[in-house]
Design a protein around this ligand. Structure first.
Ligand code: SAM
Ligand code: SF4
Length: 465
């Protein structure tokens, strides 16, 4: 086994020089980068930097257009749907941007009991969710980390009517190698953790107390996860804390570090923007606020730089921004979210929530909207249940083969949703989409998809290939 990583070296000088060198990239250089991106082989730091300051509307349109076509050729019209499940807002850290921070007295503290977690899960199952992201602050009830493991068991154990949660991803504080092994044994999907900012000075200024102060412990979490056998990891940056241009290039260095050591990069990248949070000045006035157009650039540049890595957008963003950004490269979205523990069974209590949501719509409304825009909402969980994770997933994804699985799986799970949970209005929009997607498929994929959809319509559930 590789020795433990002590840090992930982020080369600030290389970032500064790439940004400086490409600051005035002209249209010839930008188009050269876009032509390379169309080959789906990704981009290096200098290429990414060349796209960052494009402001000419015509050229920017070309950047977005290229991102759109890369997304289309790899992900087609699929959008994977999930919901966060906040089990606890107790936290021993002091992240100045987060409402859960230890010294915030405006927050009602709560760690759900296993019965309450089961109740929350049932609410999600009854809405039609199949994928959950379990989230917690960094301080667990008396049993310590086993609380997280028990919570996972509780969520997987809840079935109601024809529904159940089929994949749990987890976003909890960095763990030891041994704890990561336990998390792997609990059958999680992706382990997700955001570095927040890769810039050490900024990191130190916003993480003022608690274990999270230790930049290196956090940045090496993915190394320990990979060494423990969790090969689907999700990374991210909390945009607004520092210059997004720096963050993207540092994030790329993190990706290259993982690829070099473990042969595979992250499964997903999340792109949260700072949202207002109770008791936080930083969240109300982000020091490096990211404008809507820069946010779209971030998604587009990531799509071109790492075409096979999923991009996750949460309900922090408004319905309008979400609509505008799907096409540029987002592959997973949360929907119908609550960020206060107990928020699904109870009410959305702002004074127990982590941050303010931008999109408050219930799942059914989001599904109808997404389907109306021509995207296939997918509740698919096939890959990780068939062992298609880490390198195996990438091997399958790269030649585009994964589409032959993903499109039929997306349609089968979408039809399952429509029949079991969709409102009449959503069903009408959805069924039209299913017919048009089937009609547009290659004959062999269509045959497979039509067969799976038929089995779902006949009453079979959890049909996947
Ligand atoms: N406590 C663990 C941690 O910090 O890694 C995991 C859960 S934490 C609730 C999940 C993420 O929420 C953080 O990594 C951070 O990026 C994000 N977050 C915190 N405050 C936020 C805010 N005001 N707006 C948007 N996202 C925020
Ligand atoms: Fe705690 Fe995570 Fe919020 Fe920081 S971001 S205060 S660690 S819950």
């Amino acid at each position: 086994m590789l020795p433990a990583a002590e840090t992930v070296p982020i080369d600030d000088a290389a970032i500064a020089s790439a940004l400086e060198r490409e600051r005035l990239a002209d249209s010839v250089r930008v188009r050269e980068v876009l032509a390379r991106a169309r080959e789906l082989k990704g981009l290096e730091a200098g290429d990414m930097a060349a796209l960052m300051d494009v402001s000419d509307p015509g050229l920017l349109h070309e950047v977005f257009d290229t991102a759109q076509s890369v997304k289309q050729s790899i992900y087609g019209r699929r959008l994977v749907i999930f919901a966060p499940l906040y089990v606890s807002n107790m936290c021993a850290n002091e992240c100045t941007y987060c409402a859960f921070r230890a010294r915030n007295t405006e927050l009602e503290r709560r760690a759900l009991t296993q019965d309450e977690i089961a109740r929350e899960t049932r609410m999600l199952v009854d809405q039609g969710h199949k994928r959950v992201l379990l989230v917690a602050g960094e301080s667990y009830p008396r049993e310590g980390f086993s609380y997280v493991l028990k919570s996972i068991d509780t969520v997987y154990g809840m079935t109601h009517d024809q529904g159940e949660i089929r994949r749990i991803n987890v976003n909890v504080a960095p763990l030891t190698l041994e704890q990561f092994r336990e998390l792997k044994a609990a059958k999680i999907g992706t382990y997700q953790l955001f570095q927040e900012t890769y810039h050490r000075g900024t990191y130190a200024s916003v993480h003022v107390a608690g274990r999270k102060k230790d930049y290196d412990w956090r940045v090496t979490a993915m190394d320990r996860a990979m060494q423990a056998g969790i090969d689907d990891v999700g990374i991210g940056v909390l945009f607004g804390l520092f210059d997004w241009r720096y963050e993207l290039l540092a994030l790329m260095q993190h990706i290259r570090h993982l690829e070099a050591r473990y042969g595979v990069g992250p499964h997903t990248i999340s792109v949260p923007r700072l949202e207002p949070a109770s008791g936080s000045d930083v969240a109300a006035h982000p020091p490096h606020a990211v404008s809507d157009v820069d946010f779209r650039k971030i998604v587009a540049i990531l799509r071109l730089a790492v075409p096979y890595t999923g991009i996750i957008m949460s309900t922090r963003e408004s319905a309008r921004i979400r609509r505008e950004t799907f096409a540029l490269g987002v592959s997973q979205i949360s929907a119908g979210s609550r960020t206060n523990p107990g928020g699904y069974a109870g009410s959305e209590r702002e004074n127990a929530s982590q941050f303010c949501l931008g999109d408050h719509r219930p799942l059914d409304e989001v599904i109808r909207d997404v389907a109306g825009l021509g995207y296939i909402p997918s509740f698919c969980t096939a890959c990780y249940r068939l062992g298609r994770t880490g390198q195996d997933f990438m091997d399958l994804a790269k030649p585009g083969e994964i589409k032959e699985h993903c499109d039929p799986n997306a349609l089968a799970t979408f039809v399952e949703y429509l029949i079991d949970y969709g409102s009449e209005e959503t069903r009408a929009v959805g069924e039209r989409l299913v017919e048009s997607v089937l009609a547009s498929m290659e004959p062999s994929t269509r045959q497979m998809a039509a067969g799976m959809v038929k089995r779902v319509r006949a009453g079979k559930r959890d049909v996947f290939c």
